[in-house]
Design a binder for this molecule. Sequence first.
Ligand SMILES: Cc1cc2nc3c(=O)[nH]c(=O)nc-3n(C[C@H](O)[C@H](O)[C@H](O)COP(=O)(O)O)c2cc1C
Length: 190
Amino acid sequence: MAKIKIITGSNRPGRFNPQPVAWVKSIAETVSGIEVEVLDLAEINLPFLDETLPPMMGQYTQVHTKAWSAKIGEADGFIFVTPEYNHAYPAVLKNAIDYLFTEWNYKPVAFVSYGAVVGGALAVEQLRSLASVLNMFALKEQVVIPNYWGGLNEDGEYQFTAEQGKVATEMLIKLAFWSEEMKVSRAKLS
Ligand SMILES: Cc1cc2nc3c(=O)[nH]c(=O)nc-3n(C[C@H](O)[C@H](O)[C@H](O)COP(=O)(O)O)c2cc1C
């Protein structure tokens, strides 16, 4: 089984983030060959990067860095679920990514984004640039949720559409495939 980590892109009180996270997790659980775990950056609560050496050297001193390294290191693929803040992805996600280096390398990543009219697409474009620096494979397929507040019911629950579910399923099947393939390729590097 390939290990897929869903990483939350928001740690804000009252955030919308848990809804798309729970939704994409439930779809991922129907895809064969993968096991999924949510890594909630609000719970993990990393401080601003506080290591003295660059992550490329892999010489971590802080307990929280070692724990984060173990979680990301064991992963075979990722789903970043991100909002868009000022046309970018949130600082909490950048900070969590910057903590590590080799742990991200040669692993695929898929995206679920949400926001106003472009549904977080600008944030995802920036994450695609970042992924290339980390030697990650960013899947073309992505789920974009524009103006999500228009799709909330009276209890504040977003009503995901069948089309969004179809796109997510196709994306996750590809993520499962590349997670397994890249695991085999990484083994050749060691
Ligand atoms: C600091 C900040 C900046 C924002 N900038 C954008 C933006 O550039 N584009 C957009 O679509 N939505 C923007 N929004 C609205 C967010 O899409 C919306 O607040 C969303 O709920 C944020 O995700 P979260 O609730 O999971 O934190 C912004 C929200 C915040 C808090």
